[in-house]
Design a protein around this ligand. Sequence first.
Ligand code: NCD
Ligand code: ZN
Length: 362
Amino acid sequence: MTTSHEKIVIRQPDDWHVHLRDGSLLDGVALSTARIFRRAIVMPNLQPPIISVESAIKYRKRILDALPKGVDFIPLMTAYLTEDLSPGVLERGHREGVFTAAKLYPANSTTNSSEGVRDIRAIDSLLETMERIDMPLLIHGEVTDPEIDIFDREEVFIDKCLSPLLTRHPALRVVLEHITTLQAVQFVESSSEMVAATITPHHLHVNRNALFKGGLRSDFYCLPVAKRELHRLALRQAATSGKKCFFLGTDSAPHRRVDKESSCGCAGIFNAKFALESYAEVFDDEGALHHLEAFASINGPSFYGMPLNNTPMTLVRRSQVVPQTFQITSELNRKEYLVPFHAGETLQWSVVLDEKDSKTVS
Ligand code: NCD
Ligand code: ZN
């Protein structure tokens, strides 16, 4: 890695948490991720969800088909855990190199999670299998009890569900996805090396005020919902610390503008287009550009036991304005729109893609 005040060269990054969707939405967003990231953990919360090896293979092909020829991108597929899934399916999918990991969605915790897990104890045999074959468990860490305040659901999940789960399965490799609280940061830091967390760009940039700035702002609504400022500051410290247990996961989660701007708008922020620049700005503001490569390109593959990427990626200090919307074409050939994170804002860093192909990083 080389850094100066004006330019930074890092190993090409990976995205350890992304929603690429399907159909015309997939066609509209796939390249946003694949032009920057070499690999990405692709979330399985489609409708219907990815619960078989065969459906994951087909979905992986649809992702690759959605990209222009010659784009070097590896989608890493995940299985959607249900109480009915058989351990044999997970084991076969993992052995055959189809399932990199499996995702635990508490039922009704987020988008397309109604077929998720109601009682975590009911998937103990799946978790035992995953522990034995060293298959990572990726967790949406929120309780769903409507009695629990939405801003407390991650903290309560850690106490009531995650902590006991790790006691039952001490050798299980676990990623607590898209953490949003100081409590999650502290929990991951004090856990064993088997526990890590992803952190999104949006939770590093905004706190919960963003949701209500001048009116109801659905573009900032995602789950887990952004928390108070003290939590954002804790996340910024964690992400920029260089610590091995924190790595990049954008949670880019596109929804059509009409689905976000409705009386019951969908949760999810589309950030894939400018995610790396968005992270770079945070690291720069925190005086930690020298840790960007660890967070974006080293800690993730190290945790997953995968090789580091060797292709360099260059960012330069050159400002750019993020468009207000992106247009995609629907199945019926109609124009549809996505609103990106940072819409209308000026970002200070830009990725230089031309230099990507040439050299390798020593
Ligand atoms: C994600 C989605 O839309 O698929 N939404 C979100 O708000 N993050 C699901 C998820 O990761 O919770
Ligand atoms: Zn997600």
